[in-house]
Design a binder for this molecule. Sequence first.
Ligand SMILES: Cc1cc2nc3c(=O)[nH]c(=O)nc-3n(C[C@H](O)[C@H](O)[C@H](O)COP(=O)(O)OP(=O)(O)OC[C@H]3O[C@@H](n4cnc5c(N)ncnc54)[C@H](O)[C@@H]3O)c2cc1C
Length: 464
Amino acid sequence: MDGKAYVASLDDGRSVYARGEKVSDLAAHPDFAPNIERTRHTYDRFEADPAAREAFFTPPTTVEGMREHASLHVDSATHTTYSSLMTLLTAADRIAEVRPSASEAVQAYVREVRAKDWRIAECITDAKGDRSKPPSQQDDKDAYLRVVERRPDGVVIRGAKLHISLAASSHELMVIPTKAMKPGEEDYAIACAVPVNAPGVSIVNVLNGAPPEGSDPRDFPFANQRAVPQGFVIFDDVFVPQERIFLDGEVKQAATFAHSLGLWVRTSSMISMCDGFDVMVGLAQLIAEANGLERVEHIKTKISEMVIHATLLRASLEASMMHAAKLESGVLAPSEIYTNAGKYHGAANYMLMVRHLLDIAGGSAITAPSMRDIENEDIGHLVRKYMGTKQSIDGAYRTRLFHAVHDLTTSAQGGSKYAGLLLSGGGLYAQNIVTRMRYDMDRAKQMAFDAMGWSPDDPGAIRP
Ligand SMILES: Cc1cc2nc3c(=O)[nH]c(=O)nc-3n(C[C@H](O)[C@H](O)[C@H](O)COP(=O)(O)OP(=O)(O)OC[C@H]3O[C@@H](n4cnc5c(N)ncnc54)[C@H](O)[C@@H]3O)c2cc1C
């Protein structure tokens, strides 16, 4: 598809809600238009350069390929589609033993998605009801998405998936269990693909991190590019044909998809966090220079701390690629331990970056007048005069830097960004578990004994 065909393809009868109303023209709606426009742009770019499309979507088989992929900048929907395809391919390898047909179904589906040039949204997080109880013991049995009917030609599913980024402007919903399931929870062990416009699917949206309505785009440089509609996706008895089912009842493998997805989503998240941290360092340096403080010791120390944090995060990303595991299909999957430890460390310490950036910038980071005030005929010249710091630093320039700091840290966009870093791809706890699982604890224990000069078999003995 080119961009025009993509926009036209969204007019397919899908049931989308926003601001309390049903949306009739998605591409024209202010909550969706900016993201649709960005995705349209990627379609046009790939249409003009099919080799770039191939390079982006082809699963990496070399570390250089992974690195090249990490350096390609595309819109979020296209990124999500890539991580969905990689999730399915990775999981298919892993579940082939319990469901041999899954591998074939996944391969066929991936081929179809590529041929039709669709975009996929990732539907994992269930409503979950009472968090202390498993799916089968919930008061409302639909708290986790489940199969409510099995027919010879497919299944009927019911439930809801929450916080689904860009669901409304995608073509397909990749539906997978959010967690491991136990015997007795077979109906919840369902993974499948559902078209966004399938009968029974409704998506209620909230635009996350949007700039205030009517604001000057120059005052919100990030919110204007990055506000994302999050979908509350309801599956009200949706029929899924056999060929689109990847798991149905195999409880042992219910978590396989979520684990695979976690890896690819956290890798994507790390890539964007690495770039984001460099942006924050650059902004801290620019604002320090604009304030005339770039040579002051405590400012330099704070920027150095930010640099160290950004560099260690990039080192984790590099390590995740250098230690990538080769799947049976030959595809390289980033190392789980480096991806999860890096994602955890970056997200858990994100506020250090925010703290230093705000501390370096000063109060104007949240009180700088609008660019429209600077252009006001009566007062603008005075605002500009007092926002300037010296001959080489114009007030308008410094004001725009403050707006960028504000929008990265304390605006609705800044807050959403932080929540997204912490929670998307599973909360910090999820990364905590995987890192610990992949860590070689026996080796660490042995090293501890060695360092103390003990033999674990004979604690009384002293080794030379
Ligand atoms: C911006 C954004 C984008 C997102 N995009 C997507 C998306 O595209 N697709 C998708 O599927 N999901 C998406 N998510 C959802 C995200 O993965 C979840 O928010 C995350 O997994 C946490 O789940 P929850 O929000 O239901 O919170 P909860 O599960 O309620 O978790 C809240 C806290 O309770 C803890 N907790 C929960 N249950 C237990 C338990 N049984 N025992 C101990 N501790 C527990 C958690 O560890 C966490 O600390 C997105 C989230 C955000 C914020």
